[in-house]
Design a protein around this ligand. Structure first.
Ligand code: ACO
Length: 336
């Protein structure tokens, strides 16, 4: 660990991975009572990718996304100092980040998981940038990955139509403070509403006979869709405005709006509230659904690959989801 300095942070590379198996809305309507028309008009989702087969886990997707990000810049994995895996669907409750560290050969990296549902990647980026800015670490791999298909009740049409599996990764590195890309962030939590979106743990009814010790298991995703919708549309614009205001920037300075890909109606409503034109919204949820912590880095990686984002463009990145947790990062993009 180095001494305390104020370094800049640059996003050096991105990568992503999605499973090969795709399930479109017509196929979904063979599983639950729904239709392409209902799903498309309410959510904008057309299809989603699902991680099928035994022994496949979130770590497999995260490893592919990480390797792609490393390969793009021919980076030796031993140069990575820290790996942060944002996920709510680990394959080990003690954490999956260390499996990724081993698999990609990041022999010098410390690795840990971070759980903040669909805000996980935003919180991961902020955490990574703190370690870089204070001079503790030079190169950090941040991954957002989720396989919520494993935690969905496939007979519940109100949730199973929404989610898909994916992973996205970004490599951050220190740079001179004059070239800093992470301009500001603004984070929030309101645990009062945690019950609106959760994967609750439940004790089994019968306690252990001697100790009155209750053991149990996690249940399926439970969500109050209407409340989550209202929360996102009301709170995300406020977070973005607070973040812009403290930089003396206005919505006119925004080139791209990159929101957590939950629902097309949420994306459009947030843009409308901020008077941002729809052609500035980065959206790919029609192909992947809501991929939780993976949605932002997956959409970012695709936008970069498509050459959408130009040097010095201002990106407003905002995550929101279970917790409830939400937050914004303002990025000045520096060409990779
Ligand atoms: N197909 C057909 N009908 C359906 C379906 C479906 N898949 N799901 C629900 N319905 C029915 C309901 O039963 C209801 O019927 P009823 O009026 O006879 O009772 C009707 O459609 C309306 O249901 P609502 O739940 O009121 O639908 P709503 O307009 O609220 O849309 C939706 C539901 C799309 C889930 C919306 O509330 C939403 O997008 N909320 C945000 C959810 C979200 O983004 N969650 C993820 C957050 S990120 C994270 O951290 C995981």
């Amino acid at each position: 660990m180095k001494s305390s300095t104020t370094q800049g942070v640059k996003i050096l590379s991105t990568g992503s991975a999605v499973p090969h198996i795709s399930l479109n809305n017509d196929q979904m309507s063979e599983i639950v009572q729904t239709s392409d028309e209902w799903i498309s008009t309410r959510t904008g989702i057309k299809e989603r990718r699902l991680l099928t087969g035994s022994q496949q886990s979130v770590a497999d997707l995260a490893i592919v996304a990480s390797k792609k990000a490393l390969d793009k810049i021919s980076m030796d994995p031993s140069q990575i100092d820290l790996i942060i895996l944002a996920t709510s669907s680990p394959n080990d409750l003690f954490g999956s980040a260390s499996q990724i560290q081993h698999s990609i050969g990041a022999i010098n990296a410390v690795a840990f998981d971070l759980t903040a549902a669909c805000s996980g990647f935003v919180l991961g980026l902020v955490t990574a940038s703190q370690f870089i800015q204070n001079g503790s670490y030079c190169s950090v791999l941040v991954i957002g990955a989720d396989v919520l298909s494993k935690w969905i009740d496939w007979s519940d049409r109100s949730t199973c139509i929404l989610f898909g599996d994916a992973a996205g990764a970004a490599i951050l590195q220190s740079c001179p403070s004059t070239e800093n890309s992470i301009l500001n962030f603004q984070l929030n939590t309101d645990g009062h509403y945690s019950h609106h979106l959760s994967i609750p743990y439940q004790d089994d009814k019968k306690p252990h006979s001697f100790l009155n010790l209750h053991q149990g298991s996690f249940k399926y995703i439970s969500m109050n869709g209407k409340e989550v919708y209202k929360f996102a549309v009301s709170q995300v614009p406020l977070s973005i405005l607070k973040c812009l205001n403290s930089l003396n920037m206005s919505v006119n300075d925004i080139n791209w709006l990159l929101l957590h890909q939950a629902n097309e109606r949420i994306l459009n409503a947030v843009a409308e509230k901020l008077s941002i034109s729809r052609d500035k919204i980065i959206a790919n949820l029609s192909k992947y659904g809501n991929t939780s912590a993976a949605s932002i880095p997956l959409a970012l990686d695709e936008a970069v690959q498509e050459g959408k984002i130009a040097n010095n463009d201002v990106l407003v990145v905002a995550g929101f989801g279970a917790g409830l947790t939400w937050g914004t990062i303002i990025v000045r993009w520096k060409e990779l």
